[in-house]
Ligand binder design. Structure first.
Ligand code: FE2
Ligand code: FE2
Length: 136
């Protein structure tokens, strides 16, 4: 079962942000599923690296829009993005043995919960601000 599934309720009203969120959710689900299926470490590590890189790209895209439109809550929003990146970095310590898989799964569950909450609260607030500025 996927950790998280995008639905219209998650829309922040800005297409390119929604598209990013859909991709990021898919990447988190895919990497977590590969742990559960005990895929090769090499494959798994690549998925984790890709997911983190995509998250960083997505966060900078949002942060560029914040700069561009002088978003008043940009500092606190950016701090939340940093939290995700720092937490996701703990996936670098994944071990190869079977009994060590619980820890990364726990981390992915945390990241999925974080993302759900971040989209529904923090990004929606930012989306509403952008819509107000006439951005689609
Ligand atoms: Fe976002
Ligand atoms: Fe965000």
């Amino acid at each position: 079962m996927p950790l998280l599934t995008w639905n219209a309720n998650y829309s922040v009203g800005i297409k390119k942000i929604d598209d990013d969120h859909k991709i990021l959710i898919e990447m988190i689900n895919k990497a977590c599923a590969s742990i559960e299926q005990m895929e090769e470490q090499k494959v798994l590590k690549e998925l984790v690296v890709d997911m983190r890189q995509y998250a960083m790209k997505h966060f900078s895209r949002e942060e560029e829009l914040m700069e561009q439109y002088d978003y008043p809550d940009s500092e606190s929003h950016k701090k939340l993005h940093n939290h995700f990146i720092i937490y996701a970095a703990s996936l670098d310590n994944m071990k190869d043995s079977e009994k060590e898989i619980l820890e990364p799964i726990k981390i992915f569950k945390y990241l999925a919960d974080w993302l759900r909450n971040h989209i529904l609260v923090t990004d929606k607030k930012f989306g509403a601000f952008l819509i107000d500025k006439g951005i689609k």
